[in-house]
Ligand binder design. Sequence first.
Ligand code: ZN
Length: 229
Amino acid sequence: MDIPIKLDTSFLLALPISAYFFAINSQPYGFAGIEPTAVRYALSTLSAIFLFVSVLLHELAHSYLAKRYGANIDSITLLLFGGVASMEIPKKPEQEAKIAFAGPLMSLIIGFICLFTYNYVISSNSAFAQNSIYLIIWVLGSMNLLLGIFNLLPAFPMDGGRILRSFLARKMSYVKATHSAASIGKFIAILMAIFGIYAGDLWFLLIALYIYGSASNEDRFYSESGRSV
Ligand SMILES: [Zn+2]
């Protein structure tokens, strides 16, 4: 596949932020408590790099299927919050649903393979279990499962939002389906924001704002361009 892969400038922040996230969170989401500090940061940096390779594989899964359905793919861009594959939207809703599902499926498969390997190969072998480098497999497995599940949320810009829209688009026009899917996305964003405020979790609040903004953009884009595929 000859798809240009671009790095957004926000991606420059993404690596150190992810590495820091891995250094301060405990297992299975990070390496807090691993000593010495240099080893903790080395493991965190490696995990951040592998995480973005995972995000790239997620986007390639979308792109691969889209290409098989004959859609043109402009590029894959890696950003602060993950990746985006810019492509034509296929005219058939079932195809859009399958393309949207391919990414989370890839993340779930990587997640299960990593966790399976860690549980059945690494932790049962004492020679491996003592070396903290193998913890990367566990952390990566958990992150990929999270990535897969989170992307299945029925809210734009998550893939689940696109799957939802393609289901709605079988019964109504594309513009109406986008509007309904965007409204559901906004509703979920509001629930997440309330939870974020209640739990005092700034990340949840930021993600909620991001989802709300993306749902509004998606809705505006399709109603202004007047698409009625
Ligand atoms: Zn995706």
